[in-house]
Ligand binder design. Sequence first.
Ligand SMILES: Nc1ncnc2c1ncn2[C@@H]1O[C@H](COP(=O)(O)OP(=O)(O)O)[C@@H](O)[C@H]1O
Ligand SMILES: [Mg+2]
Length: 238
Amino acid sequence: MSWPMLSVTITREHDVVAARQRARQIAARLGFDLQDQTRLATAVSEIVRNAFRYGGGGTVEFVVEGQAPPQVLLVDVSDRGPGIAQLQPILDGSYRSETGMGLGIVGARRLVHRFHIQPAPGGGTTVSLRMILPATAPPLTEARVVAIGAQLARERSESPLDEVQRQNQELLRTLEELQRRQEELTRLNRELEDTNRGMVALYAELDEKAERLRRADETKSRFLSHMSHEFRTPLNAI
Ligand SMILES: Nc1ncnc2c1ncn2[C@@H]1O[C@H](COP(=O)(O)OP(=O)(O)O)[C@@H](O)[C@H]1O
Ligand SMILES: [Mg+2]
């Protein structure tokens, strides 16, 4: 069971930005956290840009799959272009792009929960991006899906400038997050080093104890053999 929510037609470059905005707005309304909203918006933007650039435009369909949890947000991006010729090298990362960085598809695949590319019937490409809805959100009903779609369609879409500003904020947040992780890594590293040093000291102590024991043992054997010798001597003399 799947319920269509909204579709966006891609004919001009401007529409790529609009599709990105829609992806983020929908992800927000469905209860995805900020990070997942950014992930989906970024992936949709890369794939829609491809459909525009290489496929001459197309459509983006936002659909909710499943009646009960886990429900899934599906974003289908289709075009009627020539299809993707070198899909395998692209997917395994060996493809060198002449038009861009060549990281749109592999990057987008990393950002979403499920990623699927298939040739569209009659020529062209369909890329399906899927995100599993957060378990914390109440289950979606068909009426709610339709209502969100209608509400978004009524809303005036923001200007591209607003979207650029938002992308900048996302970038700043990502950089801050990276910085935080870097600091966490440094802290963990230091902790690991301390633990290591502790272990080394402990082993040195153990070694030293073993050595002392060995020496004590040697002294004892020497003493005993000496003693038995001493004991035997007078007896032998008798
Ligand atoms: N919808 C599409 N239709 C036809 N070819 C495509 C499509 N999407 C991607 N491609 C091809 O796949 C290549 C890799 O795409 P991508 O990973 O987004 O990198 P880039 O766009 O930076 O080259 C593109 O260079 C293009 O040749
Ligand atoms: Mg691309």
